[in-house]
Design a protein around this ligand. Structure first.
Ligand code: NDP
Length: 338
């Protein structure tokens, strides 16, 4: 294996702001390995909405920063027993927007045979989010998918906002596999069609339809048992209206801005459970990470869940990727190629 260089290319954020603060650098120091870490040569890097929050300063972090939360590639140096150079790996960890990233060994997953490195890079963060949320927020056990005589599944009513997006696409597919009755929302006809193909049995066009009225109609007035909302500010008020008595509203993102503080007394009218789930607290231990990652890879390898890659951008053009994501121009997953 070629010797590890002293400097590398990558994207540095020195001040928060618009996409122009994502600066391409060719002389970043290659991270020095600590005990228990491996150095990964990133081939594909996943773009996630959280990357835009660190860029804009919505989420606070010390600067300068190499951001990016996931990638896949090859181990080129190892200070961890049991993880050899040359192993194909994917990971969810910090500082991925670069040629090389030092990652604690218990945060990397070996990519199984049969899974392309692009698919691994595109699936891990959003796939683990969807899977942990299906299990731990919606409380759905591994798939059984019962159907009644009309072919309609008997699971809970679940609504997923942005159901053609990266995380939304995976949530819808996994919920469908688990037998939920899934309503997806998406902006525009083309995105609604994608949400339907993902497995949403009902779709609501968030650009042209009245969400509250449509959900009442679809559910016969009951409302939905679980709302998954990564849009945030723009949709939160509707969430409280469409959730069923004793249902759960899980706000897990801020694509339209963060939800303002909520008067907890409002939850009492329907005994609503309000959550703000975050992936990282569901995969905090090595055991949790390993178990959920194995299950995710199995879903991908068996074709029960599929990854749609919207586009692969050169790492230098990460600003264009952020602009497309924030501009609601994308469906599925955005990748960067190093
Ligand atoms: P997406 O691919 O879903 O892109 C965001 C989508 O949100 C857009 O395509 C758009 O879909 C919709 N949207 C609605 N209103 C707006 C708006 N005003 N501005 C921008 N987008 C809007 O992104 P991700 O899958 O990367 O992330 C989705 C959400 O999930 C984010 O909020 C992210 O932070 C969150 N997330 C949270 C995690 C956690 O652990 N809590 C983990 C992973 C993701 P449409 O046009 O169809 O409305």
């Amino acid at each position: 294996m070629a010797p590890v260089p002293k400097t590398m290319s990558g994207i540095l954020i020195e001040e928060t702001g618009g996409v122009e603060v994502l600066k391409w650098k060719t002389d970043l120091p290659v991270p020095e390995l600590k005990e228990g870490e491996v150095l990964v040569r990133n081939e594909f890097i996943g773009v996630n909405y959280i990357d835009t929050y660190f860029r804009t300063g919505l989420y606070k972090t010390p600067l300068p920063l190499v951001t990016g939360k996931e990638a896949a590639g090859v181990v080129v140096a190892s200070a961890a027993p049991g993880l050899k150079e040359g192993t194909r790996v994917a990971y969810v960890a910090d500082h991925a927007y670069a040629e090389l990233t030092a990652v604690p060994a218990d945060r990397v997953a070996s990519i199984p045979d049969g899974l392309a490195v692009e698919t691994a890079a595109a699936s891990l963060l959003q796939g683990l989010t969807a899977l942990t949320f299906v299990r731990e927020v919606a409380g759905l056990a591994p798939p059984h998918a019962p159907t009644n005589q009309l072919g309609v599944s008997e699971g809970p009513w679940v609504l997923v906002h942005a159901a053609a997006g990266g995380t939304g696409s995976l949530l819808v597919q996994m919920l469908a596999v688990h037998g939920a009755k899934v309503i997806g929302t998406a902006g525009g006809k083309a995105k609604c069609e994608i949400a339907r193909r993902n497995g949403a049995q009902w779709v609501v066009d968030s650009k042209s339809e009245d969400l509250v009225a449509r959900v009442k109609e679809i559910t016969g007035g009951k409302g939905v048992d679980v709302v998954f909302d990564g849009v945030g500010k723009a949709t939160f008020e509707a969430d409280l209206e469409i959730v069923a008595r004793k249902g759960t509203v899980a706000v897990f993102g801020n694509a339209s801005g963060p939800v303002p503080p909520v008067d907890i007394l409002r939850l009492g009218a329907k005994n609503v459970k309000l959550m703000r789930p975050v992936l990282f607290a569901y995969i905090a231990t090595a055991e949790e990470r390993a178990a959920y990652t194995k299950e995710l890879f199995d879903l991908l390898l068996t074709g029960k869940v599929n990854i749609h890659i919207h586009d692969i951008y050169p790492l230098q053009e990460v600003g264009r990727a952020h602009a497309d994501l924030e501009g609601r121009k994308t469906t599925g997953k955005l990748l960067l190629k190093v």
